[in-house]
Ligand binder design. Structure first.
Ligand SMILES: O=C(O)CCC(=O)C(=O)O
Length: 308
């Protein structure tokens, strides 16, 4: 028996590769997350940020290190269009942060409560039955600032959170209204069934990050053909949850409105031996912060044939 979702919702997720669940968070939970996000930004010392502290030739290297060592920290990433070439912000810092990541779910009590300590999240993981023993590995606040909040191009999440076999599942919570004008998410329904993962995002041996192809050119060409279709835009209200299969194609446009579009997202993957996490992935667990288990007991309801 499903614990929280209806059988229709479970079928819809497996058919489309995503599922919108209206009102998943209470109004109080949503307000707490939004207020805490704004508090983190207001308390963060912008003058110590590498984008404002270092400029020119140092920029890439320092920026890469700041990103690559953020897996067990709470760090702030700035909008491209909010910083000039000399490292000066061209607006208040509250309107300059693009995202905050990547260990909110571990380190911040407000985010931890809705992620690792949330019986409803556990019930959803149980009902979808994508994983036997899921672990949460990263979390982000995505701010989509007014007028400059950048687009997120077409992608699937398993490219960035690669396991063998692919196993990523995203939980994406709207903290504010998401509309066609402020960069609501849109999806290519069913693309998780037709479009293979063709590349993966890796740490490069020479430093920084890049993409590595994981399929032959003919499969890549076939993936480009199957990735065509009609995107569906999902407008959301504060508190709505969107579940995102790691292989489904999705994107969001630039925020051209005068309103922010805050969202909180975290991802889970299957744990070994059913899925192997690779040392080339940009995000690595540390001995002091291994990936946390989501369920107190393995999910015996497994329906994901990849891990059978
Ligand atoms: O929030 C957004 O605009 C993009 C989020 C996204 O693509 C993701 O979480 O995978």
């Amino acid at each position: 028996m499903p614990e929280l979702l209806t059988q229709d919702q479970i079928n819809q997720f497996h058919r489309n590769g995503y599922l919108l669940i209206p009102g998943f968070l209470s109004a109080e939970e949503t307000t707490n997350l939004l207020q805490r996000s704004k508090q983190l930004i207001s308390e963060f010392p912008i003058e110590s940020h590498p984008r404002t502290k270092f400029t020119t030739a140092d920029d890439n290297h320092v920026g890469d290190d700041y990103f690559l060592s953020s897996g067990d920290k709470i760090r702030f990433f700035l909008e491209e269009d909010a910083v000039d070439k000399d490292g000066n912000l061209n607006r208040e810092k509250e309107k300059a942060v693009n995202k905050i990541g990547h260990a909110l779910h571990e380190l911040d009590p407000v985010f931890r409560k809705v992620t690792l300590e949330n019986p409803k999240v556990q019930a959803v993981a149980h009902d979808l039955a994508m994983h036997v023993d899921p672990v949460a590995l990263q979390s982000m606040i995505i701010c989509k600032q007014p007028e400059i909040g950048g687009e997120v191009g077409e992608h699937n999440d398993s490219t960035f959170l690669y396991t063998d076999p692919p196993s990523a599942l995203g939980f994406w919570f709207a903290l504010e209204r998401c509309t066609p004008l402020n960069g609501a998410l849109s999806f290519l329904p069913g693309s998780h069934l037709t479009t293979p993962i063709t590349k993966r995002f890796v740490r490069l041996p020479e430093g920084g990050t890049g993409f590595e192809k994981i399929v032959p050119p003919e499969i890549e060409a076939q993936a480009a053909t199957s990735a065509q279709g009609k995107y569906i835009l999902e407008a959301c209200s504060p508190g709505d949850l969107v579940l995102i299969h790691g292989a489904v194609l999705h994107k969001s446009e630039r925020n051209t409105s005068s309103h922010t579009r805050f969202a909180y997202t975290f991802h889970m993957i299957e744990s070994p031996p059913r899925a192997l996490y690779d040392a080339k992935n940009w995000l690595q667990p540390t001995s002091s912060m291994p990936f946390s288990h989501v369920l107190s007991e393995p999910n015996l309801k497994l329906i994901n044939p990849a891990f059978a």
